[in-house]
Design a protein around this ligand. Structure first.
Ligand SMILES: [Zn+2]
Ligand SMILES: [Zn+2]
Length: 454
């Protein structure tokens, strides 16, 4: 375990924190470094419904002797925990015979505080088993679980077809198959409890007792908290993950990309604690014994925040692009089986003015492939079909602009127009035609008045 051998003492504890979390222990944390009483990592496990604490002494040394085990044993007795307490000593090296004998005797005597020993060889086995990648002296998160990138009960292109159903003047049958790419993006779902009480001379002024769940985008670079919609998608589907098998998904998608987690679980934990500390910090106003009003900033300590779990998982981001004549339409979403959260919708969007939204009406222009909003969609005068303002050829007839697919249609209509009787020509401009009727009526009325009829 060459990489482990190069670590400093503190880094070894970080590595072990990750290892234990990967093994499924809960509330894994490190003891305050200043008050190190021979317990480095503290964690919990639940056996038959009973929660017990395990105090782990991490020794990054070649050999560990009996005094280390003995010292841990007495430290466990004084460790403050309601419930059973066990101990563990972990080393990158090996244990001396007296150390092993001491631990064995505790087990044999049914000691209430038994101690388990893990040596370098055990650690190597565990690392293999949980797939830890020793990379640049860090344990990167290795995750092979992903939310489903598509609903196996439906077509992969189903979502994009569904969106195109909202677009006027184009049928699903006319759509070319979109190009589909799946990017597996690392996220971590964090569950943390914050428990803090703030007291002054007048008593308790503020109390925090809250469980927080959030989802973090965990690619290289700064961790970023996911939107509520995305967080809900992830947390509600965490039970329905599948193996991230790029070969298998490669048969379904045109392209598959798997991103890496940017930081270790311990780094995400530290980051989450910082964030929650900020989040829960508030200023409380209270009245003192002397009737004076005070403002006090209540900031929970880092030790008031316990990260119960950090669950890494891949969140598939699926991008479909559909080519229609001169235009390409992207549609991108985060997927979890049949559920999805839209990230980019280039289909409900006018190519001419960028107007967008699912409540707007958009119409497909068969002439150029544009999807256009109502104000950029006109009726082709000759065919009486939609055409967009971007590609239409125009000419004014009866003082009104008419739209055509092309010069040929325009020319065909010119001939039609020339042959029209005058009242039909007037109908080419409804407003004008309406005005003409009123004007005609006035003339008739005028004539009748003159004729002495009225
Ligand atoms: Zn428009
Ligand atoms: Zn057009």
């Amino acid at each position: 375990m060459a990489v482990l051998d190069d670590l400093s003492g503190f880094e070894f504890e970080d590595v072990m924190e990750d290892v234990f979390r990967n093994l499924g222990y809960e509330n894994v944390r490190q003891a305050e470094r200043t008050a190190d009483e021979g317990r480095d990592v503290i964690m919990e496990e639940v056996v038959d419904g009973q929660r017990r604490a395990i105090i782990v002494e991490c020794k990054h040394t070649d050999t560990v002797g009996r005094p280390v085990v003995q010292k841990l044993h007495s430290a466990i007795a004084t460790f403050d925990f309601e419930g059973p307490k066990h101990g563990m000593v972990v080393t990158t090296g090996r244990f001396t015979n007296p150390a092993q004998e001491y631990a064995t005797r505790l087990q044999q005597n049914d000691d209430p505080h038994p101690i388990e020993l893990l040596d370098g060889e055990d650690l190597r086995e565990i690392a293999d088993e949980i797939g830890l990648n020793l990379y640049n002296g860090r344990i990167e998160i290795l995750c092979d679980e992903t939310l489903r990138p598509y609903d196996p009960a439906a077509d992969v292109d189903g979502p994009v077809e569904e969106v195109f159903r909202d677009i006027e003047n184009i049928e699903a049958a006319d759509l070319p198959a979109p190009r589909s790419e799946a990017t597996f993006r690392p996220v971590v779902a964090v569950t943390a409890d914050t428990n803090a009480v703030f007291e002054t001379s007048v008593g308790i002024i503020h109390r925090i007792n809250e469980r927080t769940r959030f989802v973090v985008h965990a690619e290289r670079g700064h961790p970023q908290v996911a939107d509520d919609d995305v967080a809900t998608l992830v947390t509600e589907n965490l039970h329905a993950t599948v193996d991230l098998d790029t070969d298998r998904f490669g048969e379904v998608f045109d392209e598959v990309e798997e991103r890496r987690f940017g930081q270790t679980q311990t780094e995400y934990k530290e980051w989450a604690v910082d964030r929650l500390q900020d989040f829960h910090t508030t200023t409380v106003t209270y009245t003192g014994d002397n009737n004076v009003t005070y403002n006090k900033t209540c900031e929970p300590n880092r030790s008031d925040i316990s990260v119960q779990s950090i669950k890494p998982v891949y969140l598939p981001e699926v991008r479909h692009t559909t080519d229609l004549k001169e235009y390409t339409y992207p549609y991108e979403y985060y997927a979890a089986g049949p559920s999805r959260v839209t990230a980019e919708d280039g289909i409900h969007r006018c190519v001419h003015c960028d107007r967008s939204g699912v409540d707007e009406t958009f119409t497909y222009c068969p002439s150029c492939g544009a999807i256009a909003c109502d104000s950029h969609t006109k009726t082709e005068r000759l065919k009486q079909e939609p055409v967009c303002t971007g590609c239409a050829v125009t000419e004014r007839f009866a003082l009104k602009t008419k739209y055509f697919y092309d010069e040929d249609n325009l020319e065909a209509f010119r001939e039609e127009y020339t042959d029209m009787p005058i009242h039909e020509k007037a109908m080419e401009n409804k407003l004008l035609a309406g005005g003409t009727v009123v004007a005609t009526l006035l003339v008739v009325v005028g004539l009748l008045v003159i004729g002495g009829v009225i």
